[in-house]
Design a protein around this ligand. Structure first.
Ligand SMILES: NC(=O)c1ccc[n+]([C@@H]2O[C@H](COP(=O)([O-])OP(=O)(O)OC[C@H]3O[C@@H](n4cnc5c(N)ncnc54)[C@H](OP(=O)(O)O)[C@@H]3O)[C@@H](O)[C@H]2O)c1
Length: 372
């Protein structure tokens, strides 16, 4: 895999880079921009470098840096003049503009229709390639969301739709509803996934493979922890970067003994491979079941260049096993019952294929092949 390859996203004809550019840190405004964000000049350099390296998949949201991320992308795309080559993803849900107005946030039809117009304006485009619900609001029925996505596709405002940060049952309900009513299918689930956060393996990876949704993964480096630049200290951690800023590793619960052990194994494996820890961590995520593209974040060109080379090598089976074991997530009920001895019992001792703990059989037979 490298940056001149493009893969199908979910059960669709849309071809995307296996490394997507995250732009949550484009701009200095708001929660993310304040402690973590990049200036316009740095953001422009990162954006152009990614696209010039062959990348075509860009991720933003109306929430990021109070809309600045979208505004900067709109400006950069206009400067480059190659809007159509880019697969542009943005998201709606958060009430960033009208505090106190219950309908200016959430997943409702009213908010989605408001938000899409605002995003199109900031992005200086008349269509969004992939439009996502950002986070479940616990209120809006899945049917309402799916129906409104379908209306936006028919109106030509978006090309494809998907979901980010929703419960697995909600994603299954939404996709099944879309299929049953011949509405626009959801082709993407955007979720957190890294060596330090592997919860999605139990429900979402088999769900995505079965229902034709490609997973795009956020915080693949655990917000920088897996780059290896942080070291445990009496005060929590030493090291320059986002995790030692105002919203840091403590608040995110990242400086744990378990995570330091994972960092240590990753360091040994990276040394054996002669690769940066970040590259090995990104490569591991990109080659896990169900993953369509890894959303990378970078705050300077050196980080970006290193990360863009993350798919130029393979992790041998034995080293992969070491990473898998060091980072193995706890198995939640009832997933423990989907491996032996329960399965041997259940099948009357007839042979049962051994799968890594937590994975279901790849039952989705209509899966689109990965093509170069
Ligand atoms: N859907 C959602 O809810 C959601 C949530 C979060 C993010 N996202 C998306 O996912 C994207 C990526 O998320 P993320 O930024 O959290 O990803 P990440 O890869 O876990 O962290 C990226 C950060 O790690 C540090 N870093 C990256 N490469 C490095 C390297 N080679 N060496 C040393 N440090 C390095 C940089 O921060 P420092 O330089 O400050 O250390 C960089 O900003 C976002 O931009 C956004 O598009 C989506």
């Amino acid at each position: 895999m490298s940056m001149d390859r493009y893969y199908l996203l979910g059960r669709s004809g849309l071809r995307v880079s296996p490394l997507s550019l995250g732009t949550m840190t484009f701009g200095k405004e708001g929660t993310y921009g304040g402690p973590w964000g990049s200036t316009e000049d740095v953001s422009r350099t990162l954006f152009n470098r990614y696209l010039d390296a062959g990348g075509n998949f860009v991720d933003t949201a109306d929430l990021y840096t109070h809309g600045s991320s979208e505004s900067l992308i709109g400006k950069f795309l206009e400067e480059r003049g190659d809007r159509d080559r880019v697969v542009l993803t943005t998201k709606y849900t958060y009430n960033a503009t009208r505090p106190g107005d219950p309908n200016a946030g959430g997943n409702s039809r009213k908010n989605m229709l408001r938000a899409v117009e605002a995003s199109l304006k900031r992005l200086r485009t008349d269509y969004i390639d992939l439009y996502l619900l950002h986070t479940w609001d616990r209120l809006t029925p899945a049917e309402e969301v799916v129906r409104t996505f379908d209306d936006l596709v028919r109106a030509g405002k978006i090309r494809y739709a998907g979901l980010s940060d929703v419960p697995s049952w909600y994603a299954a309900r939404a996709q099944t509803w879309a299929e049953a009513h011949a509405l626009t299918p959801l082709i993407n689930l955007q979720l957190q996934y890294s060596l330090v956060e592997r919860s999605l393996e139990h429900e979402y990876a088999p769900l995505a493979q079965t229902l034709g949704m490609g997973i795009t993964t956020w915080s693949p480096l655990g917000a920088g922890l897996l780059s290896g630049k942080y070291r445990p200290s009496e005060a929590g951690a030493q090291g320059e970067g986002r995790l030692n800023s105002a919203i840091g590793g403590h608040q995110l619960g990242l400086f744990t003994e378990r995570n330091w052990r994972i960092v240590s194994t990753l360091e040994q494996v990276s040394k054996e491979l002669g690769r940066d820890m970040s590259q090995v961590a990104l490569n591991w995520v990109a080659t896990q079941p169900g993953v369509g593209s890894v959303i990378i974040g970078a705050t300077n060109p050196k980080q970006l260049d290193g990360n863009l080379a993350a798919l130029d090598f393979r992790i041998p089976a034995e080293l992969r096993r070491q990473l898998d074991e060091a980072s193995a997530p706890p198995v939640p009920f009832p997933h423990g019952m989907f491996s032996n001895p329960y399965q041997l019992n259940l099948h009357g001792n007839a042979a049962v294929g051994d799968k890594p703990a937590g994975y279901s059989q790849p039952v989705f037979t209509g899966a689109a092949p990965r093509v170069g």
